[in-house]
Ligand binder design. Structure first.
Ligand SMILES: *Cc1c(COP(=O)(O)O)cnc(C)c1O
Length: 377
């Protein structure tokens, strides 16, 4: 039998009304928000987002943090991170468009991606964006073909490190679609090529070992492996990407930005990395815990001896993570936030796919009913 929702999974300004048990975020009652805007609804705590940005900047220093926008992007979010002094990572023309439309200074935008099109590269260069993280020799070919001149780039390198995380969000191992391999010599060859090319100015090395990483030793190993390349390249910038883990369910605990910075800076010093800047690109660790998704329960199907299905009005379309990675979530009812959750049921979406599962074997209050607003942090 599961107890109430662990409070630490809720955003910073979450408050439970003593009299009614109802949950508010940023002084907005969640049931009122659901009534006003409909469901499914993403609710973001602006105070929480800003606080996370500030913690990251305080740990790593101004100018050394870019927000990885794939974690959550809209114009308001791009404007918020810009105001807080972060740069912004984009990896498609669409994301670049949103960042620019939000008024982000182009010099603070970084373009990523393992298959940037000629149009995307042109768009980035025409806009005057700050950095392109070059992922392949074909991309260098394209930059040369389109007549780039002195575009500031970092080279994406796979250091040959397996982060402790889900296979689909591991990106630092030799067998990866991303970047130039370190072990194969591809990275060293790319450094040489980029330094000779007039299309680009090589200013740094980039590595991103994966996402939702809780054990920080993967980052230490990556820095050890990168040291000779960074030293040979003699470049001023080193970006270690994002990846700091986030607690989604009871029992998970995450390192702070200060702890992450401590491990990275000590590891860099230990191996003698001399790059002037240690840049990071946190995504989920800025955005994830600031959010709650609201759904409305539409049907409850009890199959005696088999399983109870609770169907909501969203699913894999608003949250593909359970389907992609088998990610776990907690669920609760914002009308009774502190209620015990003795009932086990599987929360499913409304799409014509049996795989459209949001939370397998969720712990829920016993009185959950059709019409309830159900939430996942
Ligand atoms: C996904 C990604 C990030 C951010 O990862 P998080 O786990 O969300 O912090 C940073 N850099 C690159 C290149 C990425 O692809």
């Amino acid at each position: 039998m599961a107890g109430p929702l662990p409070r630490h999974l809720l955003p910073l300004t979450a408050r439970i009304d003593d009299a009614t048990g109802r949950l508010s975020v940023g002084a907005c009652d969640l049931l009122d928000l659901a009534a006003e805007h409909g469901t499914p609804l993403f609710v973001y705590d602006e105070t929480h987002l800003r606080e996370r940005c500030r913690e990251a900047v305080a740990a790593f220093g101004p100018g050394n943090v870019s927000y990885a926008s794939k974690a959550f992007l809209c114009k308001a979010m791009a404007a918020l991170v810009h105001e807080e002094g972060l740069g912004i990572d984009v990896s498609t023309g669409g994301e670049l468009h949103v960042a620019l439309a939000a008024g982000t200074h182009p010099s603070r935008i970084v373009l990523h991606g393992n298959n940037k099109s000629v149009d995307e590269l042109r768009m980035a260069i025409d806009a005057g964006i700050g950095r392109i993280v070059v992922d392949s020799d074909h991309e260098l070919d394209r930059l040369e073909q389109i007549g780039a001149s002195g575009t500031k780039v970092l080279l994406r390198v796979t250091p040959g490190v397996e982060a402790h995380t889900h296979e689909y969000v591991m990106t630092g191992q030799d067998d990866s679609k991303f970047g130039f391999g370190l072990a194969s010599g591809a990275a060293a060859a790319a450094v040489e090529r980029a330094q000779k090319s007039s299309a680009v100015e090589l200013v740094g090395i980039h590595a991103h070992i994966g996402s939702n990483v809780f054990l920080l030793d993967g980052f230490t190993k990556a820095l050890e492996k990168l040291q000779p390349l960074v030293a040979d390249a003699g470049v001023p910038e080193l970006s270690i990407g994002g990846g700091l883990g986030v607690a989604y369910v009871e029992g998970e605990e995450t390192p702070t930005f200060a702890e992450w910075h401590g491990v990275l800076s000590r590891a860099a010093a230990d191996v003698g990395i001399t790059a002037d800047t240690l840049h990071v690109e946190p995504g989920r660790s800025i955005a994830a815990a600031a959010a709650i998704t609201l759904y409305t329960v539409g049907t409850i199907k009890d199959l005696p001896g088999i399983r109870t299905y609770v169907s909501v009005d969203g699913g894999m379309s608003d949250n593909p993570r359970p389907v992609l990675y088998g990610s776990g979530y907690e669920a609760f009812l914002p009308r009774a936030t502190s209620a015990e959750r003795p009932t086990t049921a599987t929360i499913v979406g409304k799409h014509c796919e049996s795989g459209d599962v949001l939370v397998r074997d969720a712990a829920l209050p016993a009185d959950i009913a059709v019409g309830d607003v159900l939430a996942t942090p």
